[in-house]
Every structure is written in C-alpha cells, then in structure tokens.
Ligand binder design. Structure first.
Ligand code: ADP
Ligand code: MG
Length: 365
C-alpha cells in the first residue's frame, strides 16, 4: 500500500481567481523520494502545506499510512500528522543548542529514550561534533543537516522539504544534495522535496512531479520525464529539445530534414496525418552521405566548451528530403544538435540520424 495518497486535492486562496492547487492526485510507495518541480507560483508550497496540515483543501482526500488525514471537513491537526518538515530558511531555534533543536519535536518520550533518539539521529546526520554548538556557529550546510535531523527525529512517515537547498551556494549544494539523499535512503523514509531547480530534482529524487498553475502535468521517473515528456512544457523544463512537425507518408514521417522511418507498430502512422517528432540533441548522431540520413544546414553555431551547439535549418536537399514528394516544404523549422567536433561553420551541410525519438500526435497539447 502506498504511504501517501492524494486524491483530487484542490485549494483556492480567498480572493484568488484560480486554484493554487488544482485537482492533484498522486501516491508514493515507502522509501520513495519525490521532487515537486515547477516555476514560482505553480503551487508547490501550497501542496506541501496541505499535506502537512498547515492549509486545508477545498476538496479532495489525503491518506497518510493507514489514516485518512483529510476528507471533507475532517482534518487531522498538523501536529498529529506523522510528517516532518524542513523549511527553506531552516527555522532553527537560535537559543537552543543543536541537541535542543533536534530534541524539540520529541514529545511523550522518556528522558532516556529522547536522549537515545536524538543521538541516533545526530549520528546519522553526521552532527556528532556539533551537539553542544548553537546554530549561528554552524555553516549553511550544517544548519541544513540540523533542520533535517530535527524533522527526522520523531521518525515521521513522510518527510516534507520546501526548497531545502536554495540557501546554499553551488558547490556546497552538490554535496548537501548527495548527503541528504543518503540520509533519507539510509532511514528508508518517504520524502517530498519541493524545488524550482531541475538539477536538485534529478540528483535527489526517484520520481519527479512537474507542476504548472496548480496542476500536476506529469509524474514519472527522471529518465522517463527526460526522454518521454508528455508536453512541450515538461520537455523544455529539462533542457533543450527538438520537436519537429512531420506528415505521415508511405515512406515514413516526412520532415523538412528528410524522412524519419516510422516504427512499424506506431499506431499514429495509421490514422494521423500530422505528427510531432520529439528528440533531444544528444539523440541525433552525425553520419556520412552513404548511410540513410536526415539532412540540414548549419544556420548558427555556438561554442560551449566541451561541445558545439548547432542550430540547423532545412537544407532543401532534394535527395534527403524526398525529392519530388516534398512539394511545398515548411522550411521555418529549426533544430538544435550537439557536436563534440569544434570545426563546424555556418552554411555547412549536416547529415545525421536519430537513434532515438518519440512520435506524438500533432494536436496532443
Ligand atoms: P510555489 O511554491 O510553487 O512558488 P505557492 O504555492 O507559494 O507556489 O503559490 C501558488 C499560488 O498561490 C500563487 O499564485 C501565490 O501567489 C498564491 N498564494 C500562495 N500563498 C498564498 C496565501 N497565503 N494567500 C493567498 N495566495 C497565496
Ligand atoms: Mg514555494
């Protein structure tokens, strides 16, 4: 059974003209880490607060473990929910030591048990040397770990983190992400992490949910989101992608760059006139004229250190683009390719093939 399950949760703030969270449903299995990504204002924090019990939804239900914590008017109070929360600004108590901060949320345990639990958590989070210090004596990364330890000490069923890395500079951030993931995994805790940074999501999460205007656009593994996004919004969120329009013909999918052979079992090829061919720059391989290939011309090239980015337009090449079969060719489309060769210049002819691509119905968005 899933540890947490949300069913069509919606929330509109007073005087707002649209939902901050709009019919969001998902569930997570034990030990999974979910990253909730989306631009500012997309509803990520609101969703987290609804789960934590800091807001109540207008409709929908939430189950945590065995318990329905939200349904209709029913709302289990925040302090009775088995969730732990880490806030962006850590919100540590400045007048308490690290020990005091971590012990704070432990109510109803005997003194001995409290001590044991705090030290266990402190060891797990690598804070042993710092128990007697105060928050201001610690670095940002260490404070982050204290906040995490404080949230984990009561052994919540679900850990909620709102932008936990955004106060850290880039170098520290890479390291802390890795540490946080290891700690959560070592404890086997289910976690939801809110971030606007796709790198946070890729490096920390098992699954990623993309939000836009309160709606959950797609929830999938990082790999599936990257390779098979269900909308151009999701595709572009994770880096540059190519989405070229094509028409279905007996020879395959006809694009301004030539024919892309359709997979035999592709159901779209049968009943769809227009399709989109989606691929990432790294899914195109350069090749020579002897092999079957697609063809374009370099319109612009950009040196980017370890590779060159080529902006490629239609070459109006009669052979590649299907000769007479292509009557009026839409030559306004551009694609981006990556090359490790640094010798490209504007006007060069580019021959390439796609080792991987997705075919989507043209009007699927
Ligand atoms: P995110 O965390 O993705 O940036 P939020 O959940 O904070 O998004 O906000 C979602 C929407 O709800 C935004 O339009 C925001 O302005 C609005 N909003 C957030 N908190 C409140 C609040 N307490 N009262 C009214 N509107 C709010
Ligand atoms: Mg937020």
């Amino acid at each position: 059974m899933a540890v947490i399950e949300l069913n069509t949760i919606s929330k509109r703030y007073r005087n707002a003209d649209s939902n901050a969270v709009d019919r969001v449903s998902f569930s997570l299995e034990k030990g999974e880490i979910l990253a909730l990504v989306g631009e500012s204002g997309s509803g990520k924090t609101t969703l987290l607060r609804l789960i934590a019990g800091l807001e109540h939804p207008d409709s929908g239900t939430i189950r945590l473990g065995e318990e329905i914590i939200v349904s209709g008017r029913k709302s289990v109070p925040a302090n009775k929910r088995k969730t732990g929360m880490v806030f962006q600004e850590y919100a540590l108590f400045p007048h308490l030591t690290i020990y005091g901060n971590v012990a704070f949320g432990l109510k109803g345990l005997k003194k001995k048990e409290t001590e044991q639990r705090v030290m266990e958590t402190i060891n797990l989070t690598g804070l042993k040397e710092d128990v007697k210090k105060y928050p201001h004596q610690l670095s940002g990364g260490q404070q982050q770990r204290v906040a995490l330890a404080r949230a984990l000490a009561p052994r919540p069923e679900l850990l909620l983190m709102d932008e936990p890395f955004s106060n850290l500079d880039t170098i520290l951030r890479d390291q802390v992400r890795e540490e946080v993931r290891q700690i959560i995994k070592a404890m086997g805790i289910t976690a939801i992490l809110v971030t606007h940074d796709t790198k946070d999501a890729f490096s920390t999460a098992d699954k990623i949910a993309v939000m836009l205007e309160g709606r959950l656009l797609q929830l999938d593994t990082p790999d599936a989101l990257y390779k098979d996004p269900n909308s151009s919004y999701v595709a572009d969120l994770f880096g540059k992608s190519n989405n070229i329009e094509a028409t279905v013909s007996p020879r395959g999918f006809k694009t301004p760059f030539g024919f892309v052979s359709g997979p035999k079992d592709c159901p779209l090829a049968v009943n769809q006139d227009k399709v989109n061919i989606f691929f990432r720059a790294e899914e195109a391989d350069f090749c020579n004229a002897e092999e079957p290939h697609l063809c374009g011309r370099v319109e612009q090239c950009m040196y980017l250190g370890d590779h060159m980015q080529l902006k490629v337009c239609c070459n109006r090449c009669a052979t590649c683009a299907g000769g007479n079969e292509v009557e009026v060719m839409d030559d306004s489309q551009r694609i981006l390719l990556k090359s490790s060769e640094q010798t490209w210049k504007t006007g060069d002819v580019v021959r390439f093939k796609l080792k991987n691509y997705k075919v989507k119905a043209a009007d699927s968005e």
